[in-house]
Design a protein around this ligand. Structure first.
Ligand SMILES: Cc1cc2nc3c(=O)[nH]c(=O)nc-3n(C[C@H](O)[C@H](O)[C@H](O)COP(=O)(O)OP(=O)(O)OC[C@H]3O[C@@H](n4cnc5c(N)ncnc54)[C@H](O)[C@@H]3O)c2cc1C
Length: 462
């Protein structure tokens, strides 16, 4: 028997939960399908618990700064309150009952299982067939991409799931991957006393960002005692048979990772080498889409076909919660026939929550140049602003301008609150505020964001 409904949403992570909830609230009959936990990666294994870890690790780092600034402090890290907070406050011990009830309270019908398309508007889940009158929304996210390093398969390596769920910490950890997730977790564990080694195949950390951001990140990690290897593709992984989690198994390092110039060892190995969408399990071929593609291609209304939409990580526009939420707004409006601006990715903000935080928006200098833009850049160091000097802060602001149009097309703001300072720059890129207007704005003294004024001055000089 086939159940007829208005909309079926496959995957109730950040994007899917928002779409399904909003459409149900608007009075449509909506079925939401989720194979794991309603809410998805962000609240259970991503943004929220990782930022709780970072908050705790930064408190330790701040306490260590008391010496020479405000007296003396003895810092004794303890992972137990962090693990408890993640379990009790963030994830409800990885239980989504509240989220399921919230969705059902909005009028949605929830089915736990793996959804698969079987034709236009048709979805199978378990032994139920659903026919969606208005359409199907794919919001299935991504999972960790595991590189084909010889020896890795079959070892008890960690992904972000095990790292977030850790009740106790290993003595030492190798992190494969120098992107945002790897660096954030590496710094957290190092600040809690774990001996951490970061291994990155490319020639710099945070390779998608400005080279200045990469240099700052590497400097900050080294200052926390982290060993960093760049241009170091892992050639082989060996595992001694211990799992690195129990005290008895820590007697000898569990993992050894062969690099071009040496070996990195650790009780545990965290694989953080990017994310990939699993399109092969979604029945995409039944609606004329390529299951071997890297992402689901969408138009500016997030349409992937007739009566088919996709949102979030699975679209390949950037694996961020704010991207999934942004997409969700577009899809809800499109399905309800409400006016809404088309998708526009010019001012995509992203923040690596290391200390210092590295925020960026829009194009990097290299991206702007290869797009044929007539580029001019301006920059300043955080330490050269009054606030940065007072805080002994490290970081920089870099602006990337399109000189023909007289607007910013990108910016990086790295520093003690780089992600917050970014908001002004994101607004400038998004609204295409003329450089002249930015120059003649009043910037509060002494704030970190006053660095924007200095960088604008530098931009005028270069
Ligand atoms: C450690 C870490 C830290 C992060 N920190 C940040 C951050 O600080 N800021 C930020 O913006 N982003 C962050 N992210 C990224 C963010 O978590 C994702 O971009 C976001 O969760 C994407 O939402 P989504 O709805 O596209 O997918 P997801 O949240 O991944 O949800 C997809 C859901 O679909 C389900 N699913 C998959 N296939 C099926 C199927 N066939 N049937 C039914 N259900 C299915 C999955 O179980 C999952 O629950 C972080 C990610 C990680 C891993």
């Amino acid at each position: 028997m086939t159940d007829e409904v208005d909309v079926v949403v496959i995957g109730l992570g950040v994007g899917g939960e928002e779409v399904a909830g909003k459409l149900a609230e608007a009075g449509l009959s909506v079925v939401g399908i989720e194979s794991r936990l309603v809410g998805g990666e962000c609240p259970y294994w991503g943004c929220v618990p990782s930022k709780m870890m970072i908050r705790a690790a930064n408190a330790l780092a701040e306490a260590r700064r008391i010496d020479g600034l405000a007296g003396a402090a003895q810092v004794q890290p303890d992972w137990a309150p962090v693990a408890r907070r993640i379990r009790e406050e963030a994830t409800d011990t990885w239980d989504d009952r509240v989220a399921v009830e919230r969705f059902e309270g909005k009028g949605g019908r929830f089915i736990r299982g793996s959804g698969r398309l079987t034709g236009d508007g048709l979805v199978w889940v378990g032994d139920v067939e659903l026919r969606a009158r208005r359409g199907v929304v794919i919001a299935t996210g991504t999972e960790p991409a595991i590189p084909p390093v010889p020896g890795l398969d079959g070892t008890p390596y960690w992904t972000n799931h095990e790292a977030i769920e850790a009740d106790t910490l290993p003595d030492s950890l190798v992190v494969l991957g120098g992107g945002a997730i790897g660096l954030e977790l590496a710094q957290v564990f190092a600040r809690f006393g774990v001996r951490v080694t970061v291994v990155e195949a490319l020639d710099r950390l945070l390779a998608a960002e400005e080279p200045e951001a990469s240099a700052l990140a590497e400097h900050a990690l080294r200052a926390d005692g982290i060993e960093v290897h760049t241009s170091a593709p892992a050639q082989r992984v060996d595992h001694s048979g211990t799992d690195g989690r129990s005290a008895s198994s820590r007697a000898e390092a569990g993992f050894s990772v062969a690099l071009p110039t040496g070996t990195a060892t650790g009780d545990a190995l965290l694989v953080a080498t990017g994310r990939r969408a699993r399109l092969d399990r979604l029945g995409l071929d039944t609606v004329g889409l390529d299951p071997a593609a890297k992402a689901i291609a969408t138009d500016e209304r997030m349409r992937a076909g007739d009566g088919l939409w996709a949102v979030g990580d699975v679209t390949g526009h950037g694996a961020f919660t704010h991207m999934a939420m942004y997409h969700a707004g577009i899809v809800v409006a499109d399905i309800l026939g409400r006016p809404w601006p088309p998708a526009d990715y010019r001012a995509l903000p992203r923040v690596t929550f290391t200390d210092p935080e590295i925020g960026a928006v829009g194009l990097t200098e290299a991206q702007a140049r290869s797009a044929g833009i007539n580029v001019r850049t301006g920059s300043t160091q955080v330490a050269s602003t009054a606030r940065g000097w007072i805080h002994r802060g490290e970081g920089f602001i870099k602006l990337v301008a399109d000189t023909d149009r007289g607007v910013l097309v990108g910016a990086t703001s790295a520093g003690p609150v780089g992600g917050e300072v970014l908001s002004a720059l994101a607004l400038a890129v998004h609204a295409e505020v003329p450089l002249d207007r930015l120059r003649h704005m009043i910037y509060a003294y002494p704030t970190f964001h006053r660095g924007i004024e200095d960088a604008l001055r530098d931009l005028a000089l270069t």
